[in-house]
Design a protein around this ligand. Structure first.
Ligand SMILES: Nc1ncnc2c1ncn2[C@@H]1O[C@H](COP(=O)(O)OP(=O)(O)O)[C@@H](O)[C@H]1O
Ligand SMILES: [Mg+2]
Length: 239
């Protein structure tokens, strides 16, 4: 498989504090790559560096072999990288319909094509269709994540970056969300998944990177990682 996304010795941080140190990650086209590791390991920072919301100090981020770091966040998004950030990526005071319309507005094509994308999103997430006129802030946590995910998908990304989509949700809802992600994987979407729920991450991922202190502590297939001592030694109290 050709590499869809590649981080080549990426260094980045906040202010003068270096957080990611020479980080290299390879994401084959169509693969799900999980970034795992304890709080503060640098997982969110890695997704920010990929999406351009945080500048890369040294090294390269390449999409389909082309360097994208150093261009704008907008250019990276247009090139096909979509970040679903930590927390709920919705406008709480706006309706489901308005939330989808705003996401559609950022996509190419005419108004018919945009309306078509909204329709398609609703067929994938029937729950949102039932709540079309409801304020997004009054949806359940799981429904808000579905809305955020449908907003992210509207960009028809080449690479979807998911940052702890299970955060704060009941296990039953998490299971549903991961069912949706599994469907996206089956459709061939390339996904970088940051996840605390190891069970789901290990089930879905083709490759796992275990991060610690801004570096890769381990890389391998889920089974190798599950067998490895490095997992238990680097995690505290994660089930
Ligand atoms: N906006 C920020 N400003 C300064 N430091 C930050 C900021 N965001 C994260 N950090 C620091 O960067 C390190 C990595 O954080 P983060 O990437 O959020 O880790 P993870 O997502 O793996 O929990 C932590 O030490 C954290 O305190
Ligand atoms: Mg994080």
């Amino acid at each position: 498989m050709p590499l869809r996304l590649e981080l080549d010795r990426v260094t980045a941080g906040y202010g003068k504090v270096e957080i990611l140190h020479d980080l290299s990650i390879s994401v084959p086209a169509g693969a799900v790559v999980a970034l795992l590791g304890p709080n503060g390991a640098g997982k969110t920072t890695t997704l920010r560096a990929i999406s351009g919301t945080l500048p890369v100090w040294r090294g390269r981020v390449r999409l389909d072999g082309e360097r994208v770091n150093g261009t704008s966040t907008y250019a990276i998004a247009r090139a096909g990288v979509t970040l679903m950030p930590e927390g709920r990526g919705v406008f709480p005071s706006l309706s489901v319909r308005e939330n989808l319309a705003i996401a559609a507005r950022a996509t190419p094509g005419d108004s018919d094509q945009r309306a078509g994308r909204i329709d398609f999103a609703l067929t994938q997430f029937p729950r949102l269709k039932e709540r079309f006129q409801q304020q997004a802030g009054t949806l359940s946590g799981g429904e808000q994540q579905m809305l955020a995910l449908s907003r992210a998908l509207m960009a028809e990304p080449k690479v979807l970056l998911l940052d702890e989509i299970s955060m704060g949700l009941a296990p039953r809802i998490v299971e549903q969300l991961f069912g949706i992600v599994a469907g996206l994987r089956a459709d061939g979407l390339t996904i970088v998944l940051v996840e605390q729920y190891l069970t789901y991450a290990l089930q879905l991922a083709d490759v796992c990177y275990l991060m610690a202190k801004g570096r890769v502590a381990f890389v391998g297939e889920p089974a190798e990682l599950a067998d490895s001592e490095v997992l238990t030694s680097s995690y505290l109290g994660v089930g």
